[in-house]
Design a protein around this ligand. Structure first.
Ligand code: NAP
Length: 348
């Protein structure tokens, strides 16, 4: 198959670096253009990233000599799809310009997430939401990922929502520093500390799962209807967001039924054997002290959601712990998986 020519917007950031890593030798995509701010433009990617590359493998050779440009569609000839890891201060305007120029966008930023005909796609959860793309007026279509904190939470809720119905959810996050981008939270603010505030995060955590679990009606997404209460905290962990979740179900379920709902859960990416799909989207850990970021973050190529500690909750019905990789499953990996699904659905 001919590879699709793609650009990475925000290629120098935390999410952008993951795109560069995950797109190396990708069977469907060929990275031809890298974009970032004026501070990085005009230089080779390898030179810009010499001190900024924060992933434990080397900068892939294919990317090192690409000259970084500012994100302007006139500078990305031949590109059909752009993966965006742009800062939210510029993402809205730039992504719209690319869509107007006929280039499809898969974005990690919040700017377009809540628009009625923009899917907030998690490939195992709501692949049917791709149908609303045809209602967008621009020649290039905009697709978004959910916020990294609730990506794993929503995957954990999906089988419970389908099989038992959900009445209410409460969650407490412990979010890694890489979630704040680079350079992110100053080391003197986070080392040996917990910061009980992340601007805008609780609002996103309380609404985005409802859109992901919603239904398409007449070309727009109607949200699922249950309340979510979120507490979001930054903790001194490098990668990996851990979330404690309490859930009240509509129909009573036993521990075994819930665990079976999770471990038997499979989605379209598994059925289609998409390149970045983890074999099982949810992995349940039996140990009483798992999941932990240091031990479980690589599960399923960092694309799996790891759950543990399912137990009764005296206020809700059940409580458990969810871990997912914020820059892989919560951002670049989810975006690449969504793009793989678009290819297989002939949407690119
Ligand atoms: P980041 O590390 O701060 O990177 C931001 C990127 O945007 C950099 O490449 C930067 O380029 C570029 N940029 C900034 N201002 C620009 C401008 N005026 N014109 C063009 N490019 C500009 O942020 P990040 O953590 O990767 O996050 C990127 C987006 O993904 C954000 O919207 C964030 O909310 C979202 N997100 C992040 C995570 C995560 O875990 N980090 C997860 C999910 C979603 P320069 O390097 O040249 O300044």
């Amino acid at each position: 198959m001919n590879k699709v020519s793609v650009a990475v917007l925000g290629a120098t950031g935390s999410v952008g670096q993951r795109f560069i890593q995950l797109l190396e030798n990708h069977p469907y995509f060929q990275v031809t253009h890298l974009c970032a701010s004026e501070n990085s433009a005009g230089k080779k990617y390898g030179d810009v990233m010499r001190k900024r590359w924060k992933i434990s493998s080397d900068i892939p050779a294919y990317a090192r000599d690409i000259i970084v440009t500012t994100p302007d569609p006139s500078r990305t000839p031949g590109v059909k799809l752009a993966f965006s890891g742009l800062d939210a201060s510029v993402a809205g305007e730039v992504e719209t310009a690319f869509a107007n120029a006929g280039i499809h966008i898969i974005s990690n930023s919040k700017n377009h997430r809540m628009a009625e005909n923009v899917p907030l796609l998690s490939a195992e959860v709501n692949p049917d939401h791709l149908s609303v793309l045809s209602f967008q007026k621009t020649p290039g279509k905009i697709l978004t990922n959910s916020n990294c904190t609730i990506m794993g939470v929503t995957i954990s809720l999906k089988p419970l929502f389908e099989q038992f119905g959900i009445e209410a959810v409460m969650l407490f996050s412990m979010q890694a520093v890489s979630g704040a981008g680079y350079p992110g939270v100053p080391s003197m603010d986070i080392l040996g500390n917990v910061v009980p505030f992340i601007g805008g995060e609780e609002e996103k955590a309380e609404i985005e799962p409802l859109k992901c679990l919603g239904k398409v009606v007449d070309g727009r997404i109607v949200h699922a209807d249950f309340p979510i209460s979120a507490h979001c905290n930054r903790v001194p962990v490098f990668d990996g967001h851990t979330v404690c979740v309490s859930v009240k179900l509509k129909k009573k379920a036993t521990e075994q039924e819930i665990r079976k709902a999770w471990t038997s859960f499979r989605g379209l990416p598994q059925e289609l054997e998409l390149p970045l799909a983890p074999p099982a989207p949810i992995v349940y850990r039996e140990e009483e002290d798992r999941p932990q970021p240091r031990l479980d973050l690589d599960t399923g190529k960092s694309m799996a959601t790891v759950i543990g500690r399912l137990r009764p909750d005296p206020l809700f019905d059940w409580k458990y712990v969810v871990l997912s990789h914020n820059t892989v499953r919560g951002a670049a990996g989810a975006a690449v998986l969504n793009a793989e699904l678009m290819v297989r659905k002939n949407l690119l």
